[in-house]
Design a binder for this molecule. Structure first.
Ligand code: 6GU
Length: 399
């Protein structure tokens, strides 16, 4: 792969001589050429920027040096060859592992590092329309850097490590965060028991020492789900097509569903946890989630295999005429489509005949849930509910 970088700070790209990328360059897997934009300015001060038309803070990079730099790149490739142009900037599309894979398939990439307030917009048009380049403005994330150079270092590293031969072990590419949409599991090395200078002893999780490969794989998968739910709930909810309850696959939950139910619980309750600082409240572990499956009947609804909704019910242990409904959950990306209301009606229909009342419990400040329940005919009982910070609601059952 050939990589060209145009910048006013060529020294900024020096790290590309180091480590895996440096070795890939020496091995001939990768050719990186760094160009000084000022070499394409012709005045005595090698000026590359000027004040913005329309006013505003800062400086804008002039079209002429950029156009000449790009024209120069075009003549440096083979006959008919042209690079794909990547322009790093905070206003770009988010750079992802998927884009890294896409860029890794290109034979030639060029990076245009903007500084100041950015590059004159006509340079983008010139590159796309006059030179026929594919141009992607790419952002590392929602924060502002001083220029594109650091972003180029990040993008080149993410791309170069995907090139055949750059990393020895192909498996180490697959088994990692973002390659399959989940974050990585926690890792440990020797010693199995380690004591810090503060005299706290910590053991490596027992399962990793067990030699039971299936158990280890299951534990790691569970860790990945929990981490992703806690740190990146957005990754668990890639947008789904509209769904009504009838379109989803219904089953009664068993032990094997406990981990996913816990993940759904966290995803649904994360906003409440954040608002009330309750993190860690409620069901904490898969074991607890599995134990609760024994005390309640839990129904799961899946779309394309993914658990997207769930509800549970049981007769009140202290009053066998009251049907308790709980954990009414709809995945965050499917909320606001009436699924919650449908789920509640479904939960009521599961009550045995002879049920005199339905009972629910929810966060005292959970406006969205309370609205759904009130609309469905539930009334809030005075006083605190079954758990701190909650209220109980009830509704007479039609007999
Ligand atoms: Cl790619 N460039 C700049 N200047 N700022 C950024 C960025 C890129 N990504 C996030 N912030």
């Amino acid at each position: 792969m050939l990589i060209d970088v145009v910048t006013i700070f060529p020294e900024y790209l020096a790290p590309l001589d180091l480590s895996l990328i440096g070795r890939a360059r020496r091995d001939g897997l990768l050719d990186v050429r760094v160009h000084d934009l000022r070499d394409f300015a012709h005045d005595r001060h090698r000026t590359v920027d000027d004040t913005p038309y329309g006013g505003g803070a800062g400086m804008v990079m002039k079209p002429q040096p950029w156009a000449e730099a790009l024209d120069h790149l075009m003549t440096s490739g083979g006959e008919g060859a042209s690079p794909r142009l990547v322009v790093p900037g905070p206003g770009g599309v988010p750079f992802t592992q998927a884009m890294a894979r896409e860029l890794a398939d290109e034979p030639w990439l060029a990076f245009a590092c903007g500084r100041y307030e950015g590059i004159d917009e006509r340079v983008h048009e010139h590159a796309a329309q006059d030179l026929g380049l594919r141009v992607d403005v790419v952002s590392l994330g929602d924060y502002v850097l001083n220029g594109g150079e650091v972003a180029v270092l990040a993008v080149v590293e993410a791309v170069a490590r995907l090139l055949p031969g750059v990393i020895g072990n192909a498996e180490s590419l697959v088994e990692e965060s973002h390659e399959d949409g989940l974050l990585e599991y926690p890792v440990y090395t020797k010693p199995a028991r380690w004591t810090s200078a503060q005299d706290v002893t910590r053991d490596v999780p027992q399962v990793l020492l067990s030699g039971d490969h299936a158990a280890i794989a299951a534990w790691r998968h569970q860790q990945r789900l929990e981490r992703t739910a806690a740190r990146r709930p957005d990754l668990l909810h890639a947008s789904q097509p509209a769904a009504a309850l009838a379109d989803l696959d219904l089953s009664v939950a068993t032990r094997g569903d406990a981990a996913e139910i816990l993940t759904l619980t966290r995803a649904c309750w994360a906003p409440e946890y954040a608002r009330y600082g309750l993190f860690g409240a409620g069901t904490a572990t898969v074991e607890e989630a599995a134990a609760e499956l024994q005390e309640w009947t839990t129904w799961t609804f899946r779309a394309a295999g993914r658990l997207v909704a769930s509800v549970r019910g049981r007769l009140d242990p202290d009053d066998r005429t009251t049907w308790q409904i709980g954990r009414l959950m709809v995945a965050p990306d499917l909320q606001g489509r009436g699924l919650g209301r449908e789920l509640l009606a479904f939960g009521e229909r599961q009550a045995p005949s002879g049920t005199a009342a339905y009972w629910l419990n929810t966060g005292a400040a959970s406006e969205r849930s309370l609205r759904i329940y009130r609309k469905a005919g539930y009334r809030v009982r005075p006083g605190e509910g079954a758990h701190p910070g909650t209220v109980d609601l009830a509704k007479r059952a039609a007999r």
